[in-house]
Design a protein around this ligand. Structure first.
Ligand code: GTP
Length: 300
């Protein structure tokens, strides 16, 4: 049998810190979690309340999770971020950067000082969290240009379409395709074509606002979504981009042929059943711009 002294040693050896917290947020006890690579020593918190050491908004969130665990009597699992600056009462040893935790919170079946208590085990999941962030970024990004890809555009357009339906906040879209890129590829090689596509991406990046989504739609085709932007403003923006592309790609001309852009511009309409209808209209406008002789903007 394991005696009480051994039980203490076992609790101390727990890799992740395990807090006993009361319903009102008092740190009743802390066990384990002495690995300073991952955790700060939490023993300085014992006797204090969450609201003594954590800013009010976050402290309230902690109290809500404790209440959830106590009321449901089920395991509550939540991810959250904390830094040692967020929590007063911790020593300076331990990780410097903010930590992402997974908290597993379970109601206990006894009272401490007449108060209900929970067991809150906090595991450091920063590595996994950062990796997930990087993967998300990669899965949203076009490799050649660093612009967003079609997946991310479709995600953003879904949200913008909701705003259009609910609050009548319009989103404009323009779709453009480079003119004559094939000639550059055929004469100067694929690498020169890649350089042009990258130059266009840079122009997009330096022309758009933070809330806009510039995406490489495929090949030499690009789409920019402009939330909270009506027809007129979108047209002005397309003109600016068109002009910059014309100016900056002049240097890549071959035998008098330069790469320009044909642009189709449109704005969400009440008759659009989804963002795909808007996108299709932009595509048709782009097709018209090509048919009318390229290097131009068509607004529909
Ligand atoms: N270098 C390079 N070329 C690409 C890439 N993606 C597509 N292209 C080329 O872009 C061209 C697209 O075809 P088109 O749109 O018919 O060619 P275009 O000369 O621009 O024709 P217009 O649009 O009618 O002016 C093809 O030559 C593709 O090989 C890429 O990632 N790198």
């Amino acid at each position: 049998m394991i005696n009480l002294e051994q039980m203490d040693l076992i609790l101390e050896a727990l890799p992740d810190p395990a807090f006993i917290l009361s319903r009102s947020g008092k740190y009743v006890a802390v066990f384990g979690g002495r690995d300073t690579r991952y955790y700060h020593d939490g023993t300085g918190l014992i006797g204090l309340y969450i609201s003594d050491v954590i800013k009010p908004e976050k402290a309230n969130w902690f109290l809500e999770q404790i209440a959830r665990a106590l009321e449901s009597r089920k395991l509550v699992v939540e991810e959250y971020e904390l830094s040692n600056r967020d929590v007063k009462g911790l020593d300076d040893d331990g990780p410097k950067d903010p930590i992402w935790f997974e908290g597993r919170i379970q109601a206990l079946s006894f009272l401490v000082d007449d108060e209900e208590v929970v067991l809150w085990v906090a595991s450091n999941i920063s590595e996994r969290h950062n990796l997930e962030g990087k993967l998300r970024e990669l899965s949203d990004t076009d490799q050649l240009t660093g612009l967003f890809n079609r997946r991310k555009l479709e995600h953003d357009l879904t949200l913008h379409y909701e705003s259009w339906l609910r609050y009548s906040i319009p989103t404009s879209i323009f779709m453009f395709d480079l003119d004559n890129l094939k000639k550059i590829n055929d004469t100067k090689g694929h690498h020169a074509g890649d350089e042009i596509i990258q130059a266009v991406a840079n122009i997009c990046r330096t022309t758009i606002r933070k809330a806009d989504t510039a995406c490489r739609f495929g090949g030499d085709e690009f789409v920019v979504a402009l939330p909270n932007t009506g027809h007129e403003q979108a047209m002005q923006f397309a003109q600016r981009l068109h002009e910059r592309i014309r100016e900056e790609l002049r240097q890549f001309s071959v035998e008098g042929t330069s790469v320009t852009a044909s642009i189709g511009v449109t704005t969400m309409l009440t008759t659009d059943r989804s963002y795909e209808d808007t996108l299709k209209r932009a595509d048709r406008a782009l097709y018209d711009a090509k048919s009318l002789g390229k290097d131009r903007i068509v607004l529909v």
